[in-house]
Design a protein around this ligand. Sequence first.
Ligand SMILES: CC(C)(COP(=O)(O)OP(=O)(O)OC[C@H]1O[C@@H](n2cnc3c(N)ncnc32)[C@H](O)[C@@H]1OP(=O)(O)O)[C@@H](O)C(=O)NCCC(=O)NCCS
Length: 156
Amino acid sequence: MTVRDADPSEARQLAQVWYDAWQDSHVRLVPAELAAHRTPESFHERVEAAITRTRAAGALGAPVGLCIIKQDELEQLFVAAAARGTGAAAALLADGEERLRRGGTRLAWLACAIGNDRAARFYEKHGWTRAGVMTYQAVTASATFPLETWRYEKAL
Ligand SMILES: CC(C)(COP(=O)(O)OP(=O)(O)OC[C@H]1O[C@@H](n2cnc3c(N)ncnc32)[C@H](O)[C@@H]1OP(=O)(O)O)[C@@H](O)C(=O)NCCC(=O)NCCS
């Protein structure tokens, strides 16, 4: 599975992948107050704001997954349901780790919604360790929302 830079021209398609994957994995795990912020338009705005930090899997204009990094954080990793179990997520994760490493990060971290067992299994399978529970400041359009999450770490 090819991993490549995300292109601004496909922001809508990337937002759709992210929105759909967020709906099928996170909506049941987070407070309704946070879920209310997660409209389709909010994902479009966030993907546009983060496009230079975003890598995509799949063809230009038809992405099946995306990975966003932020400083020493693997900030987002979302793959379309149809592409799960295909190696696309593993390719995006390896690429994200390499980008972090090249940027100077030696200890990478990520927040995983408590109860997201598939993601937890996936990260652990790829060498990430659950360091504990932390309060993560989930970004919304106007502010941040404090969310209890699992913290994962990996030495790069
Ligand atoms: C998390 C995600 C990126 C992982 O990608 P993937 O292609 O599904 O990952 P894989 O199939 O390689 O690995 C998932 C593992 O979880 C296992 N699994 C599946 N459902 C599970 C469940 N309900 N509970 C626990 N483990 C589960 C799979 O069997 C597999 O383990 P195995 O390889 O030992 O059999 C992808 O599922 C996804 O995008 N999910 C929705 C968005 C999301 O949660 N993103 C993470 C945000 S922190």
